[in-house]
Design a protein around this ligand. Structure first.
Ligand code: AMP
Ligand code: GLY
Length: 426
């Protein structure tokens, strides 16, 4: 079978690494891919938001299964476009259509979905541009901290938590009236603050049945001990020690199953991954957010913990023949350390030479923001998050120790990573 993965980050490198191990695979393509994926498949440069170009690539390379990595093409309707095209209507696609992807693309849609299907989540109210005064009045009835979210996609930056009432009002002004995130903040959600520890749970679903994947915890803030601004994710660990059997039972019965049943009841054809961003509030799981894709850097620890061929599950997901179950998991812990550019998540420079000579093996060193410099043909940085360095261990501490050992063998000017990962769990 020929498989195409869309995307260019650490997530796609990890997906490619796992899919490449399948005996069912004929050729693996990654578009646009990165210098990490080029070692395990064939990179095809293309703009993944140019749906015609994607369609032509699928046709040319006789792709049978497509895995859509990032949210933008999902929310933009790539799946519907390909399903409606004569050339690609029989293609198997892991990734929901635009309607299903609204679970991620619109927080207002996701909240209304959760309310309708009695899925535990924070209380909220939605306000549009014409309701600025009402939004301010509502803030006046609440206590800090205030959670304010842009409705649409904002590259992980659309959630502001304010400790002061004036800051909350300024944030509303910024989002609703000044259009800080453009169309994405044309509506805002004001939400009850939830206090607890977060984790990410993943399923593959064909819209009727689901298969549970290993859970993970990511580290969002840039600074040690969860300080400073949010990032795309600075590291991750799987399994999550507090996600024990009784907690996961609640996740399944109170969140996963009502979500799948809700999709069915709402007639939403959903074939793909669902990422449940959860928070543990006094041992009860609540949903912070849905994503219509896998997490990054969670995928860099989830894929290494899958102990069987993933391709049959992806095929069943895309073709609507999945059975309920849990994928076989490796009992070891997997930890990933994200190496980032100096300045990230603010402004940063790119083009810094990366050396990995001291590494004994590049196995599970997943590339995120790297490129081959056209003139020097050397590996250089090309993004904020540069590399996710993953390792196994017999517990949280061992897995991170080994990941740090590997990360220490990789150098580039201004390289930074958090050195406290996992300490909160030990
Ligand atoms: P989201 O993009 O919705 O996942 O939000 C980004 C981050 O903001 C989450 O990972 C949480 O750390 C935080 N957050 C979002 N909603 C809440 C909430 N209701 N209570 C507390 N923290 C929240
Ligand atoms: N690591 C969080 C995300 O992928 O959204």
């Amino acid at each position: 079978m020929n498989v195409l993965i869309l995307g260019s980050g650490g997530r796609e490198n990890a997906l490619a690494w796992k899919i490449a191990q399948s005996p069912l695979l004929n050729e693996l393509f990654i578009s646009p891919g990165n210098p990490g994926t080029v070692k395990i498949g064939k990179n095809i440069p293309l703009n993944i938001m140019d749906f015609k170009q994607v369609e032509a690539t699928i046709f040319e390379h006789q792709i049978e299964l497509l895995v859509i990595g990032p949210e933008a093409p999902l929310v933009g309707g790539l799946t519907d476009f390909l399903k409606n095209s004569k050339k690609t209507c029989n293609l198997m696609i892991v990734g929901p259509g635009a309607m299903g992807a609204q679970l991620e693309g619109s927080k207002d849609f996701a909240k209304a979905f959760m309310m309708r299907h009695h899925i535990p989540t924070a209380a909220y109210k939605t306000f549009n541009i014409d309701q600025f005064t009402e939004a301010v009045d509502y803030i006046n009835t609440l206590h800090p901290p205030y959670v304010i979210k842009a409705d649409g996609l904002a590259a992980g930056k659309g959630v502001i938590i304010c400790s002061e009432v004036q800051e909350a009002k300024n944030t509303l002004d910024d989002m609703l009236l000044k259009g800080r995130y453009g169309k994405a903040s044309g509506k805002v959600i004001i939400e009850q603050f939830l206090d607890g520890i977060e984790l990410s749970v993943f399923v593959m679903t064909d819209g009727k049945h689901y298969c549970l994947l290993p859970e993970a915890k990511d580290y969002k803030r840039i600074g040690e001990y969860d300080t400073g601004p949010n990032t795309g994710g600075m590291g991750a660990i799987s399994p999550v020690p507090f996600a024990d059997e009784s907690f996961m039972k609640k996740v399944i019965s109170q969140i996963i199953e009502p979500t799948i049943n809700g999709l069915l009841a709402d007639n939403i054809d959903y074939k793909g991954f669902i990422f449940f961003g959860l928070i543990n509030v006094n041992n009860n799981p609540m949903v912070i957010e849905y994503n219509a894709r896998m997490g990054d850097p969670e995928t860099e620890v989830v894929m290494p913990r899958i102990a069987e061929d993933i391709l049959p599950f992806l095929i069943e997901t895309a073709s609507g023949t999945l059975k309920n179950g849990v994928i076989k998991t490796d009992p070891r812990y997997a930890a990933t350390v994200m190496m980032v550019s100096k300045g990230y998540p603010g402004d940063y420079e790119t083009g810094k030479l990366i050396t990995m000579k001291k590494l004994d093996s590049t196995e599970m060193v997943f590339h995120a923001g790297t490129t081959i410099h056209p003139a020097s043909e050397q590996l250089v940085t090309a993004g904020g998050r540069v590399m996710a360095v993953t390792a196994y261990g017999k517990n949280v501490k061992n897995a991170f120790c080994e990941a740090y050992r590997k990360a220490n063998c990789i150098t580039f000017e201004g390289a930074y990573y958090r050195s406290d990962l996992g300490k909160d769990l030990i």
